[in-house]
Design a protein. Sequence first.
Length: 131
Amino acid sequence: MLKFVKLSAVTVAASLLITTTAHAGVEDALQNICTIVKADDKGELRKKMKAVETNYRLKLQDYYNGVTCDGNSLIRTAFHANAIEAGTLLVKKMPKSQLNAPEADGKTLRAWVSDAGMMESPLAAVLNERI
């Protein structure tokens, strides 16, 4: 019985270590994603997203809500930076249901874009067409 308890404790400790390491690895992998979006570097953004998808089996919608750039989501950051190419990629990769869902401040992307006076942006056209 003691052997089983020791084995269980080791298993739990190892799984916690792996989970913590994986979480830290994802954070490291996403570290400069805000800079990439702000620079409107679609190619680099695509590579970053592909690496996260391949290495951690995560899609954009899995980590989108956990990444903020100066308090804004990735798509809102693209709007602020007028990053049309990167923003278009993000909008097209995100499920429609999530594009219509309220973000951290309770506003949907469409409502936020309207309130921010950015409805004339080419990125707003892509967003409106998608949703």
